[in-house]
Design a protein. Structure first.
Length: 151
């Protein structure tokens, strides 16, 4: 009778910890998407709360799937700790540079948008003034007689 292994070796556990750290870094990138969204479109604190709940729910689903797929269904605390460690390392190292870069891009886009939109608003205001005058003059124009086609 062939009995399957019922325990992890130290190297297996270390590999699972490394994988959970790498997954935490990937979740750091995922969280930067939410941060960039918050910079681009400022929104109410309730929606920030919903984004955080979505993020944490996604991580919880990942953690249970990770335990099922990689660890024979055994959920260990060091998986979560590794994820948190990977997320924290990413957030305070590469994540800082990524967010600075994103802020510069968003600032540049806002400046370009302001350069384009301001003259467009001025031009549009002139056209709106012209159309308002045309509508006013059209209201005073005589109306054509109605032709009744019944014979």
């Amino acid at each position: 009778m062939n009995v399957p292994e019922t325990f992890f070796t130290v190297s297996d556990e270390l590999w699972l910890f490394f994988l959970s750290c790498a997954a935490g870094a990937v979740f750091g990138v995922y969280y930067d998407v939410f941060r960039a969204l918050r910079l681009t479109i400022p929104h109410h604190g309730f929606f920030v709360f919903l984004e955080d709940v979505i993020f944490l729910a996604t991580y919880a689903i990942f953690l249970s799937a990770f335990a099922s797929a990689e660890a024979r269904g055994e959920l260990r605390a060091y998986y979560a700790f590794g994820g948190i460690l990977g997320f924290t390392l990413y957030h305070f190292t590469i994540g800082r540079f990524v967010m600075r870069f994103i802020k510069k891009i968003i600032g540049s886009v806002k400046i370009i948008f302001a350069i384009i939109v301001k003259p467009a608003k001025i031009i549009a205001a002139k056209f709106v003034g012209i159309t308002k005058n045309a509508v006013k003059s059209n209201k005073n124009a005589p109306q054509p007689l109605q032709y009744d086609a019944e014979i």
